[in-house]
Design a protein around this ligand. Structure first.
Ligand SMILES: [Zn+2]
Length: 376
């Protein structure tokens, strides 16, 4: 399979997908992406289903089947997971256009993860010309960048049927796969005090901001780098004016955990927070959104298999990881082998510096096709 010759066509498709801007919260925009991807999958030989959604863009399921029935050990599909949404609002393209320069490709979503979508579609088109030996299901989701609340049930449903899941999120800058990811949680701590005039009735007030200040210190101290557990009070708000004792203050907290069980331990600690001042109340809400994806024995075994397949293509594949979550976290929690970061290598995602290496588009398509062909 000559993937080098496909680079111009891959770049052209990437440009087209980048220029269909698709911010997560804009349903009509994500729906346009879904329609375009559905059409592209049909042209590449898939049976396509568009799953309508009301609270997010529509989802696309594309199924490729081998020309002849697969061997029994290859009957379960490999699942490819890609998300169509980006973090960039409509109009970003005007100041951050699609651009190819010195071996790099820039533009909103080139790396996260329209480059990965192009890799998946290219590998499948190449295999569909008679080389597919097992079923492959590709799911394109609309809301990964905002927590995958709408797509999670479908991701989990398709993952349970799969022999392996491959996630087309960006590769690390050196091309390493993402073999571990931290779990991600969000909590809100709300303090209620009592309002009073800051001059006339100071002693009758209960200052919610003062209480929250105590709690912020306690919350940050739950961070344990040794265990890979971090808490970040990332946003606080409270009060109405300097001459009013504030009756409410709120903190929003990001939690990252590496080890199973840590999220429960931290949630318990947050719920056990007690007021320091008399007469105030603390309310804690939230929880873990994405479970952790540790580099455990199952992940190591899956990585070693893919590493051997890559070696057959003279590629030296490394195992890496990140504190950020993705849809791979949901799959890992089900006990299904999953490898992430199969999209092109690049850097700067979620920023105006976002780029991929053009070479990596070709290399990843070659690698993905080889995995789909060789995975037992
Ligand atoms: Zn992504």
């Amino acid at each position: 399979m000559d993937f080098d010759a496909r680079l111009p066509e891959m770049t052209a498709l990437l440009r087209e997908l980048v220029e269909i801007e698709s911010p997560s919260h804009d349903k009509p925009a994500v729906d346009r992406m879904a329609a375009r991807i559905a059409e592209e999958c049909r042209q590449r030989g898939a049976q396509v289903e568009i799953v309508p959604e009301t609270d997010a863009g529509n989802q696309v399921i594309a199924r490729w089947r081998p020309a002849s029935p697969p061997d029994p050990q290859r009957a379960r599909p490999i699942l490819l997971l890609s998300h169509m949404d980006t973090v960039f609002p409509l109009g970003t393209l005007a100041k951050m256009p699609f651009l190819e320069r010195e071996g790099k490709i820039y533009g909103p979503g080139v790396s996260d993860m329209k480059g990965g979508i192009v890799v998946a579609l290219t590998a499948l088109a190449a295999l569909n010309a008679g080389r597919l030996t097992r079923p492959v299901t590709a799911l394109f989701t609309p809301d990964e960048e905002i927590g995958s609340r709408v797509s999670r049930p479908l991701i989990e449903d398709l993952a349970r049927q799969a022999a392996l899941a491959l996630v087309l999120e960006p590769g690390l800058p050196d091309g390493a796969l993402k073999t571990w990811r931290k779990g991600v949680g969000e909590f809100t701590v709300r303090v209620r005090g009592r309002a009073a005039h800051a001059g006339g009735d100071h002693e009758k007030g209960r200052n919610a901001i003062e209480e929250l200040a105590h709690q912020v210190i306690a919350i940050q101290r739950l961070t344990d780098y040794r265990r890979g557990t971090t808490l970040n009070v990332g946003l606080i708000r409270g009060g109405t004016a300097s001459n009013v004792v504030p009756d409410e203050a709120v903190a929003e907290i990001d939690l990252r955990v590496m080890q199973p069980g840590e999220a429960e331990r931290i949630a318990a600690a947050l719920h056990a927070l007690r007021p320091v001042l008399d007469g105030v109340q603390i309310e804690v809400t939230g929880g873990l959104n994405r479970p952790p994806m540790p580099f455990d024995d199952r992940m190591k075994a899956a990585f070693e298999k893919v590493k051997a397949i890559a070696a057959g293509l003279s590629l030296e594949l490394k195992a890496g990881g990140t504190g950020g979550g993705s849809d791979a976290n949901f799959v890992a929690a089900l006990g299904i082998p999953v490898l992430d970061g199969l999209g092109p290598a690049g850097e700067g995602y979620h920023s105006e510096r976002e780029y991929i290496f053009a070479d990596s588009l070709v290399e990843r398509a070659r690698l993905l096709a080889a995995i789909l062909e060789a995975w037992e």
